[in-house]
Each structure stands twice: as C-alpha cells, then as structure tokens.
Design a protein around this ligand. Structure first.
Ligand code: CDP
Ligand code: MG
Length: 134
C-alpha cells in the first residue's frame, strides 16, 4: 500500500548540516519527498505534537529540545512508507540502533537522535496535519 508518513530532521542534525545526507537515505529506499520545509516550533507546539508522551519522565526535555532550533519537516510517500522510514531511522537509542541506520550513523544520544518518524497510519495522519495544510 502506498502510504505517506511524517519525517522530521531534529535540531541536532539540522545544526550539523545533515539535511541533504539524510534526504538521500529516503530517496535510496524509494521514498519520495513530497513536501519539505524548515521551521522552528514553539515549546507549546512541541508539547502538542508530542502529547502522547505527556506522562513520560522525558517529556519536558523532549519538548524543550524539539523547539530549541530549526527542524526540517517532510512528507515521505511510497510503498510501506511508514515502516520503511522506521527501518531507515533505526531504534530510538542510537546505541541500540542497527548498523547503517540514520540514528546509528548520526544520532548523538537517545534524546538527540537526529530524526523523527511516524509509527503508524494514525500518527502519520495527525503528524502530517500538524505541519502541513491539506
Ligand atoms: O522516536 P521514537 O518513536 O523512536 O521513540 P518514542 O518512544 O516515540 O520517543 C519519542 C522521542 O522521545 C524519541 O525519539 C527521543 O528523542 C525521546 N526519548 C527520550 O528523550 N528519552 C527516552 N528514554 C525515550 C525517548
Ligand atoms: Mg514515537
């Protein structure tokens, strides 16, 4: 099934000018970058975006971090885009991420792990709607 998913290049990776390198990973796996823009969100917007994590101990840190600098938000499209993007990203903790994944190669730590990707159809829909107009 052709899907769309939300991808975000987080502040640590934008800061290190990794945008084009990261985008080449998506293209190499046949994910089309339908839309892409660089934005900076407020702490309030980050708390809304990550509200599924509001009870977690890392929530405040996470929201501070995502709003701390420019990010690149993208709509990726392709066959099984949601799970393929998660494979390209690797595990949340760069120390546990598989060889060759974005988080293994570029991630600094579990919080500065360079990329975000939707984890299912529902979060892809709400994530895309959060950043892009219809
Ligand atoms: O991003 P992913 O879906 O792989 O992981 P998550 O469990 O949905 O957590 C969202 C984000 O919270 C992660 O990407 C990390 O940046 C951050 N996090 C953290 O700072 N400390 C943790 N122990 C777990 C997650
Ligand atoms: Mg997640």
């Amino acid at each position: 099934m052709i899907e769309q998913t939300l991808s975000i290049i987080k502040p640590d990776a934008v800061e290190r000018n990794l945008e084009n390198k990261i985008k080449s990973f998506f293209k190499a796996k046949n994910l089309k970058i339908l839309k892409s823009k660089k934005v900076q969100i407020t702490k309030e917007e980050a708390t809304e975006f990550y509200k599924e994590h509001q009870t977690k101990p890392f929530y405040q840190n996470l929201c501070n971090y995502l709003s701390s600098g420019p990010i690149v938000v993208m709509i990726l499209e392709g066959e099984k885009a949601i799970s393929i993007n998660r494979e390209i990203m690797g595990a949340t903790d760069p120390l546990k991420a598989e060889e060759g994944t974005l988080r293994k190669i570029y991630g600094i730590s579990i919080d500065k792990n360079s990329v975000h990707g939707s984890d299912g159809l529902e979060s892809a829909k709400t994530g895309i709607g959060f950043f892009f107009d219809k």
